[in-house]
Design a protein around this ligand. Sequence first.
Ligand SMILES: NC(=O)c1ccc[n+]([C@@H]2O[C@H](COP(=O)([O-])OP(=O)(O)OC[C@H]3O[C@@H](n4cnc5c(N)ncnc54)[C@H](O)[C@@H]3O)[C@@H](O)[C@H]2O)c1
Length: 312
Amino acid sequence: MKVLITGAGGQLGCDLATQLKERGHYVIATDIAARPTNIPADQWHHLDVSDKSSVISLFRQDNPEVVYHLAAILSARGEEIPQQTYRVNEIGTFNVLEACREAQVRQLMYCSSIAVFGAGTPDPTPDDTFLMPTTMYGVTKVGGELLGNYYHSRWGFDFRGVRFPGLISAALPGGGTSDYALYMYVDGVRIGAYESFCRPDTRIPLMYMPDALRALIDLSEAPREKLKRCVYNISAFSPEASVIAASVAAAVPAVKLTFRPDPKRQSILDSWPNALDDTCAREDWGWSPQFDLEGMTADLIPKIRALLKETE
Ligand SMILES: NC(=O)c1ccc[n+]([C@@H]2O[C@H](COP(=O)([O-])OP(=O)(O)OC[C@H]3O[C@@H](n4cnc5c(N)ncnc54)[C@H](O)[C@@H]3O)[C@@H](O)[C@H]2O)c1
């Protein structure tokens, strides 16, 4: 199957391209960033999703069956450049949906986020509750979900999405507000210290990258008749930041992990849910995470060490 990925040069996209190739798909990877080394030049295109005519002409030319739309500006970076975030996340998603319609793409996979929620949602937060985000990133992710739902109900288009928790992997993150968790691991191993920009009692939903990739691929492959909705909460674990620090410290004994809350990013973190209710995903397409915090720590630390050795 021919699959196109937008934002393929990012934290999620590099790993997703590899996984889809391993499953035998022909992957067309696109981004405005430089081509990652794991993607061959002939399968890489420069594509700015905010440029509608380029998106439509590439989709027509390459004729993918499924598109994974990952291109976005994340939450913390989005607060620095909100206008550009609107162009990329909101208009970019509209352009991708229109290009799917024009080029008769069969399915669009969308990456939403816990950032669609604002403060005061029930704990754990269910799929259907009020969506009152306080960041431009959250606003545009709500917009993307609603647009996709519209294309589904108006044209029967197969739009599917997950609301990801903060994602953790051995790759460097792209400006999200959950980055403190990943940097405890990466800088903890790399330089033996990290100062988190949040309070130790901060608690948001998190997920290890292999589970996130499996969720996207499993949802894409699920029979449509089993799906009662287009966008699903998915959840794995929700440790306090101090508990993550303890898990890293148990694996990297001399590490120095401290906390100095940054008011702006802390207020975003405080507006997000503590935990998500993912019952619908479990019931409709059999979602279940394989990694808890300790499982992730045990798997991730050797991977970060190996990566650092490679780049030495
Ligand atoms: N990483 C997380 O914790 C997290 C959590 C929830 C949801 N998500 C969602 O998952 C998706 C992938 O996130 P990620 O972690 O890989 O982010 P990332 O920042 O690492 O990657 C995003 C990619 O989008 C690209 N991009 C930016 N502007 C673009 C444009 N105009 N045209 C084309 N590409 C452009 C960037 O160059 C980057 O490579 C995003 O939609 C994000 O909102 C991520």
